[in-house]
Design a protein. Sequence first.
Length: 386
Amino acid sequence: MIATGEDLFFMAACFTLVLTYLFCGAIRWCNLWRPFNEDTDQLFPARRIVTINYLAAGLLIPCLFHPYSPDAWLCARSFFLLHIPTFSILTFQSFFFGHYKKNKRQILLIGAIPIGLLLLLSGFACAGGNHLAGQQKMILSLVGIISVSLATYLCLIIFRLGKKIYTYNHDEFSNEDDFPIHFASSIILIPIFFLAVAWTIFLANNRFWLACFMIAASLAGFLILLVILHPQRTPGKNTEKRQTAVKAITETMNEEDPENRSAKHNQAGLPEAMLDKIEKQIREVVEGENLFMDPNLTRAELESKIHVNRSYLTITFRERFISFYNYLNVLRMEQAIRYANEHPEAKQQEIADNSGFGSQRSYSRARKLYQEGELRNIWEAKKADN
């Protein structure tokens, strides 16, 4: 069969995609430099998934050797419809919502069917020919159903990520978790955009447009690699800002005498009786119901439980506890100390898990601040005023 210009363009685009993605996969796995190579699981929690995502393009290699095979075309046509939602879900889950080792079962459940189907199609493509002619409609329908199911779940993940971005933007979180908010905001809609284009090309059944999409995917994959080679998590940056603010408040409070400090606190705009009442409600819910043990507790959730106006709640936290974040972390540190005393053999991760911290890193930072006396100084100063 004589190759047309469109056929040659498709082969070149497929070769570009495979070569680019295999190169990116190798670089993503091997390229770690100091000091980031010392804590790879924390700084690059999705490194394994991202590497597999790139290497999965190797399933298109048979399309290079059998460009005219209907089975190879079926594999190429179905590839992005399964690849994009599957690895977007797995990457988002691993990077933004948990560690790879904790999500092995979920990864297996989500990835087994689409990846297994791609392996099957790639295997038939290796043989060339038209062995799947009788099952083509069934396979295309199956690919569509799986893709729609994965896309639905991906939308739920994106909604959850969007909610997390909103929470961090409004400073409602109760755990310092190095959430890469700018990175998350910049990539949150990329999978949906590429999946929508992939669906359009799948329905069009056009080799030229699929070739164009392969080139675009190659460029996008390479640009994303350049971004993620440097860890998007910024260890200590947010906490250092918070510590600086806390130290400034503590020094100011230490310099003031109790009478002046009390007078300043009475200028909050709320009567002391109301502050006392709201503080009591907060303590009853947070301490009485052990809500501080929930690492994902937000100020909005607390507001809904005690039915207090948001502005009143903010004033109370500022006047009685300095901040929502500091109040909860004092309670968590006290719980961590109790747990460590009761379980002297416990490791840092176990202590963090049993004291309400979102991660070992969050626990380590709060412990440092607590040991330096900043959390305790504020806590004791507030107790003295009240």
